[in-house]
Each structure stands twice: as C-alpha cells, then as structure tokens.
Design a protein. Structure first.
Length: 214
C-alpha cells in the first residue's frame, strides 16, 4: 500500500461483516498483514451494536447474510446518514444486486473468490475517500462554528461584503457610518479566519449563504 495509506492505516479500521467464518478470518489476516485495524462481525446486528471509533474506515459487507441481508444493512446505514464507504462481496451476486448496491452508494462490488491485491486496492481507495470526506467535514464544521460567533450585524455586513458591495455602499444600505462598517467588517473577517476577501467568499459559499437573499 502507498505511503499515504500507511499513514491512514495507523488509525483506520476496516469492518468486515460476513457469516462465513473462514472468509471473515481470512480477510482479517489480510488487512492486519498491511497494518490495518480490523473488526470482524458474523452478522449485521453485531456490526450495528459495535461502538465505532471516529476514524477513517470502510465496510466489507457480504450480500447474503443469515438473517438480515447485506443490502438491508446498507439501506439502514444510508437512512441513518452514516458516511461509510461500503464494498460488497458475494459468491452468489447477480446483476440486480450489484445495480441496487451501487445505486445506494456502494463503492464497489466484488465476486468471490477475489485476488488479495484487488481487495487491498479497493480498500486503499475507500480509506482515502473516507479520509478526504472527514477533512472536508472538519473544515466545514470549523467554518460553521466561526460563523455562529458573528453578531447579527456582523453577519449582515458579511453578506453585503461577499455580495461585492463597497464599504460606503454597505453603509448606505444599513444606515451606518463607513467607519462602523469597517469595524464590523474587520470583526467578521477575523472571526471567520479570513485574511482576504476571496477567503471570506469561499467561507460564505461553503455555508451556502446567498448574498442576494433578504
């Protein structure tokens, strides 16, 4: 695996849900051999009951499980808005299953038996994808926290600023002095962690703020 994934592997977890004991253990050995953390489950319920750490991860999921099927588990994960890359494995897969799994957001669909390296490559891609999503989510959460520290007046000034208005135009719109607008603008920039206007605009865009909205 690449150096990038080796770094992620130090804190990542690959979940395996398969009621085939030999397959489950074989996958566990494979992932541990390259330094990945692994958690093995014989049923969907065992996986759902497990207290999962907040680290880069992915799920290797057998389609045909005893009791609750892998496809039903995927539906529960999607319904719960859990962002987890899912890689389906099956010895009995068909086109309909594959299409349904992929439509519901599965990252890949692999037929047993598969090459170890093929599985490792897919897991590498899944972990990188989850790490990227986590970084994006973290940046968005930081921008949101910063925005919530702004006063109503600072938010209004920020809206006009990202809308392209000059300080004197904002002052006229809000019935304030230009120096007061400059102060609010400076506070908004500092609280948002924006050193430049483009950075402030990017922050507003990530929050979905519409400068043209009332």
């Amino acid at each position: 695996m690449s150096n990038v994934v080796n770094l992620i592997a130090e804190t990542s977890v690959v979940y395996v849900v398969d009621d085939d004991d030999s397959m489950r253990k074989a996958l566990g050995r494979l992932f541990r051999s390259v330094g990945l953390g692994v958690e093995l489950f014989a049923s969907a319920q065992e996986f759902l009951d497990f207290d999962k750490p907040d680290v880069p991860s992915c799920l290797i999921l057998d389609v045909r499980l005893k009791g609750q099927s892998g496809l039903v588990l995927q539906e529960q994960i999607v319904a719960g808005n859990v962002q987890l890359p899912i890689i389906f494995i099956t010895a009995h897969g068909d086109v309909a299953m594959s299409v349904k799994a992929m439509k519901n957001g599965a990252l890949d669909f692999m037929s047993k038996p598969f090459r170890d390296q093929d599985m490792l490559d897919v897991v590498q891609n899944a972990l990188l994808k989850d790490e990227k999503r986590r970084k994006t989510d973290s940046r968005f959460a930081d921008v949101r926290r910063r925005y919530e520290t702004l006063t109503p007046r600072e938010r209004e000034v920020m809206k006009f600023v990202v809308g392209g208005l000059l300080n004197k135009q904002i002052a006229a719109e809000m019935g304030l002095s230009e120096i007061t607008v400059k102060i609010h603008r400076g506070h908004a920039m500092r609280k948002m962690g924006a050193r430049t206007l483009p950075e402030l605009v990017l922050g507003a865009q990530s929050l979905g703020l519409d400068p043209m909205a009332d």
